[in-house]
Design a protein around this ligand. Structure first.
Ligand code: HPA
Ligand code: ZN
Length: 326
């Protein structure tokens, strides 16, 4: 079949997806109305037009304030459910979804509303869509390590609902080492570990080296700047480290999909995967990202199959996790 249909239909796991990044303008508008919040925008079109940015910093400046409409457990449920319905139409059979509890607790929304709503959508997806969906708790790296540790403690009663922990938001001046103790504790508690190493940051390669050598992560989110150090690429390959790359997101925050880096790593046998990151903001869900990369880089059907295989190989699917699912 044509590459586009093949890419969208191919069964795949999505491993780099921020639930808060799936807030489509239509839902934002509906939630504002439901919660009696007055938005600065008067239409869905105006909200969509406000999703406008040129780099990570300007993206985050729009992204966090947009979350004010999310308040009740039902709001979080509806957000995740709408994502999962869209993901199914893009060939997703398994999703490991980031969520940012501190983006909500820091404005007074209880942790339990956030995780309760998200978990309800995940369980419903198994029943009604045949998709397994897990949650990855992300710490915001521009908040303190103490706040991250307190968030980890708050999450422990819900540990069966959380597969791993991650780190996102603004990387500048917030290197991985800042959270070494938090991640060591999370590992000791049995969580899988991943961290964002965003594209073209100051000190990207040093941060990638630190997450591999010092933190001991199981995956790296983005991380394609690793190509700057071939010795480190060899280590990543030997350890089977997973890289969750996001071509369309890259093209928004750097004006390039970074397809040479992604495809170079794929050809070297590094376990790179393709994901959507914040699909409501970048206008592309995960299957669309497979299509965009394939068109840009001239990938074959076989290449897309390898990318999908990688997504399952570096997923955190285990018998114990499946048992904890219900
Ligand atoms: N990088 C950092 N923070 C984020 C991202 C990202 O790609 N997406 C949502 N929050
Ligand atoms: Zn991300």
């Amino acid at each position: 079949v044509a590459l586009r249909d093949f890419a969208l239909g191919l069964p795949k796991a999505e491993l780099h997806l921020h639930l808060e990044g799936t807030l489509e303008p239509e839902l934002k508008f509906a939630l504002a109305e439901r919660n009696g919040i007055t938005l600065p925008h008067t239409s869905v079109e105006e909200i969509r037009a406000s999703y406008d940015f040129t780099d990570l910093t300007s993206f985050l400046a729009i992204y966090y304030p947009a979350m004010e409409v999310l308040q009740t457990a039902d709001d979080f449920h509806d957000l995740a459910w709408e994502y999962l319905v869209r993901a199914k139409a893009q060939g997703v059979v398994h999703a490991e979804m980031f969520f940012d509890p501190q983006a909500h607790t820091s404005r007074g929304v209880p942790f339990e509303n956030v995780i309760g709503g998200y978990r309800r959508a995940a369980v419903r997806a198994a029943d009604e869509l045949g998709i397994t969906a897990e949650l990855i708790l992300c710490f915001l790296r521009d908040f303190s390590a103490e706040y991250a540790m307190a968030t980890l403690m708050e999450a422990l009663p819900y540990r069966r609902w959380i597969v791993g922990v991650g780190l996102d938001s603004d990387e500048r001046d917030n290197p991985p080492g800042k959270f070494a103790a938090v991640f060591a504790r999370a590992k000791a508690e049995g969580f899988f570990l991943t961290m964002h190493c965003d594209i073209d940051q100051v000190g990207s390669i040093d941060n990638i080296r630190a997450v591999i050598d010092e933190v001991g992560v199981d995956r790296i989110d983005h991380g394609t700047n690793i190509v700057e150090d071939p010795a480190l690429v060899a280590i990543a390959k030997e350890r089977g480290l997973g890289f969750t790359t996001c071509p369309v997101s890259n093209s928004f925050v750097t004006e390039q999909m970074k397809s040479d880096e992604i495809v170079g790593l794929l050809r070297e046998g590094v376990r790179v995967t393709i994901n959507s990151d914040d699909p409501a903001y970048f206008g592309a869900y995960v299957g669309d990202n497979y299509v965009a990369l394939a068109e840009q880089a001239g990938l074959s059907h076989t290449d897309l199959v390898q990318l999908a295989i990688n997504s399952f190989e570096v997923s955190w699917i285990t018998p114990a996790r499946r048992a904890a699912y219900v």
